[in-house]
Design a binder for this molecule. Sequence first.
Ligand code: BYC
Length: 336
Amino acid sequence: MYTQSFSVSDEPGKALKPVASTEPAELMARFDARIDADGRIEPQDWMPEAYRKTLVRQISQHAHSEIVGMLPEGNWISRAPSLKRKAILIAKVQDEGGHGLYLYSAAETLGTSRDQMLDALHSGKAKYSSIFNYPTLNWADVGVIGWLVDGAAIMNQVPLCRCSYGPYARAMVRVCKEESFHQRQGYEALLVMMKGTDEQRAMVQDAVNRYWWKCLAMFGPPDADSPNSVQGMRWGIKRISNDDLRQKFIDATVPQAKVLGVTLPDPDLKWNEERGHYDYGQIDWDEFWQTVNGNGPCNKERLSTRVKAHNDGQWVREAALAHARKQQQRAMKEAA
Ligand code: BYC
């Protein structure tokens, strides 16, 4: 349903100028040349500190989004309406945990430890996607998360498969394949509900009404208010701007909503022949920033659940480390 083609905007980063740098000129020139040639940067390569920092910021935020994203859906595992839906949901939540692990590993190649990243998340310093700070009120929310939230995530993540940093790009290839399954299972679950009772159809419409605008905000602030975009695009980390991705998502989703039989809650949503895109209404950016800055409806609950899960898992990490130490000692004894 979502294209896996690595399409990019017509002139990605063309008009953007590199920022001034105090890094060694020769190394910097070599790095810039590789970026300009659309080459990959690998962990052992020299890179400017600002590039490293930007990647750690983006990849760790992305990893945090994956593991916090497990929470709203995880709440529904015990209440899934059938064995089939329960099995699918367990697999999906487990996949999100796996995505977090690939991404933390990719960020660790840049010299930041997983403990440091998790500390930043648990102390409230690090960001994660705004979308996971809204409640999941009924079973249709789980379908809508698959269709719209995973749908938006794929739209954002397919271009990241061509990110200039090798480990991030490679992790994203696998993540996108799995997200594609997530999106389809959500859409299929909603199709089934829409063929059900009036009450089920009303639940789907209600979930769409609550999630639509929040999903559009997932792509980040408008390009003009996005402080990281210019440099991110110049470095080939971001390939398509926040607004262009948002537009691509809307254009892809409107026909899907028609097939499903739901109304997207935007009176200004209308095909614009001249632009070749759908026009859409105003996103509530004040509400978005409130949520990003810790004051959304579920921020506190999500963070405390995450911290509790981490603390409850301490004995597992300690046992794994003790086992690894024992294996190592045994191997050393055998080698002696
Ligand atoms: N929520 O200059 P900008 C998923 C922050 S899906 C919270 O445009 P950038 C999943 C931004 O970090 C979601 N914060 O930034 C799906 C920046 O703050 P800092 C995860 C947001 O980096 C289903 C500030 O606003 N996907 O995982 O150029 C199930 C200014 O923004 C948001 C990714 O993370 C937001 N929605 O662009 C389970 C994809 N939007 O850092 C899991 C990778 C913006 O300067 N990330 N901010 O303090 C990206 O592509 C980019 O980082 C973004 C933002 C498009 C999100």
